[in-house]
Design a protein. Structure first.
Length: 125
């Protein structure tokens, strides 16, 4: 029975060490943020527990568009990305460039965001 406490203590210390190492991997400094930007704050990028960079919201929107045939509404982004309506609308509007993403008013008056590259890849018109 006397060996259980030291064993628990060792497991606890190893666990803390492992979590500390994982915590360091969660946030890594963006190297581009330190090059020639003067007094701008340093940027941190979110990394998942496995050390991979988590996808940004724009990449997530393109994935959703791909799953939904290249056409999205604000509601689609709200449901799939679990973002508030205002933030979803701002995100979609920030992507509109007329080439990769365009905003089109459908016959029913609904604003639809089209992703022509995705639509072409899927063979839908």
């Amino acid at each position: 029975m006397g060996f259980i406490f030291p064993l628990i203590l060792i497991v606890f210390i190893i666990g803390l060490y492992t979590l500390g190492k994982a915590g360091v991997r969660l946030f890594r400094q963006d190297p581009a943020a330190t090059r020639g930007h003067g007094d701008e704050p340093r940027q941190l990028e979110w990394r998942g527990l496995l050390g991979r960079v988590a996808p940004d919201p724009e990449a997530k929107v393109f994935r959703v568009a791909s799953r939904r045939g290249g056409r999205l509404t604000v509601s689609d982004v709200v449901l799939d990305l679990r973002l508030p309506v205002q933030q979803s609308e701002e995100l979609l509007n920030s992507l509109v460039d007329g080439k990769r993403v365009r905003a089109v008013v459908g016959a029913n008056g609904l604003l639809v965001y089209e992703f022509p590259e995705i639509i072409a890849r899927l063979g839908r018109s």
